[in-house]
Design a protein around this ligand. Structure first.
Ligand SMILES: Nc1ccn([C@@H]2O[C@H](COP(=O)(O)OP(=O)(O)OP(=O)(O)O)[C@@H](O)[C@H]2O)c(=O)n1
Ligand SMILES: C[C@](O)(CO)[C@H](O)COP(=O)(O)O
Length: 276
């Protein structure tokens, strides 16, 4: 199979454009609920991790990226969290939708309404990936800013990969999959806003990441290693993993490091334990 890419790998810097961040933050975190069920008083992105709501770790990493023209946090309609956690480094818009893709599409429209251009870049990042670092975000921008398509942080699969079948006694191995070309997609995922809007419109609301929509147009986004620590907090045990990683970071990113405007609601942490 030819390894010649079907398109130029780079474009001139004349169309470089600005860089925006879009943080989908409108999920309910069903899989993160504690064993025994019960809905969370607060979705997982607001649960306390290492002394502050999870999403503020995420936003602190983005606040350190000097090249960003702005960071939009897309929250669910009626979500008032950021009324008590406003900061100059980001702005919240209650445009969340029924799926992650719907939230991202609405967030892109909100960015365009606020002046983002179709040829500007957007970095879409899960609020729940709270261990991303400013250096990783900058590395993705450096790798993709002159790319013809864009790209994403991802992690090369470290384990043997199995497929499974479900049976009366649970799951059993169906087979082993060659892992040599397998990567775990992470975020941020970085694409030109107009191209991503078109791709998501074509792909529909069930697409699970931005790159999938872009691939469906026949394009091949760049993969940039994000490392094992850039995981998404998804299950109950992930909170302790995130705490452990943050504990190893001497100078954890906090929004206070990036100037005033933090209206922290310290009492909110009491709510964060409020799984019901
Ligand atoms: N309708 C949705 C669903 C998800 N997300 C966001 O997309 C990110 C990744 O999604 P996921 O980890 O699946 O979060 P949830 O959908 O909240 O989790 P679950 O599927 O367990 O309910 C999260 O930061 C989540 O807040 C969103 O903005 N809008
Ligand atoms: C975007 C993503 O994090 C890449 O792995 C993933 O697709 C999100 O999936 P989720 O089911 O919405 O968590």
């Amino acid at each position: 199979m030819s390894d010649v890419l079907p398109f130029p790998a780079t474009v001139s810097s004349a169309v470089s454009g600005r860089f925006w961040a879009l943080v989908p933050c409108a999920g309910t975190g069903v899989r993160a609920a504690p064993p025994g069920g019960g809905m969370a008083a607060w979705p997982k992105q607001y649960q306390n991790v290492a002394g502050q709501p999870l999403v503020l770790h995420t936003l602190a990493a983005f606040a350190g990226v000097a090249r960003l023209a702005g960071t939009l946090v897309a929250v669910a309609p009626g979500d008032l969290f950021f009324q008590a956690h406003a900061h100059a480094a980001f702005f919240a818009v209650d445009c969340g939708g029924a799926t992650r893709a719907a939230t991202v599409e609405a967030g892109l429209r909100a960015l365009r309404t606020r002046g983002a251009a179709a040829h500007d870049w957007v970095l879409v990042h899960d609020a729940a990936r709270c261990l991303v670092t400013t250096a990783q975000i900058d590395a993705l921008i450096d790798a993709c800013a002159h790319d013809a398509v864009g790209g994403l942080l991802a992690h090369k699969l470290p384990d043997t990969l199995k497929t499974a079948t479900a049976g009366p006694g649970g799951f059993r191995v169906a087979g082993t999959v060659d892992r040599s070309d397998k990567w775990l997609a992470q975020t941020p995922q970085m694409f030109r806003i107009g191209m991503l809007q078109d791709a998501l419109e074509r792909a529909g609301a069930q697409v699970t990441d931005e790159a999938g929509a872009v691939e469906a147009m026949g394009l091949h986004p760049r993969l940039v290693e994000g490392g094992a620590q850039n995981f998404k907090v998804t299950y109950p045990e992930d909170f302790a993993l995130a705490e452990a990683v943050l504990a190893t970071r001497r100078h954890g990113a906090t929004l206070e490091r990036f100037g005033g405007g933090v209206i922290a609601d310290p009492d909110h942490s009491k709510d964060d334990a409020g799984w019901t």
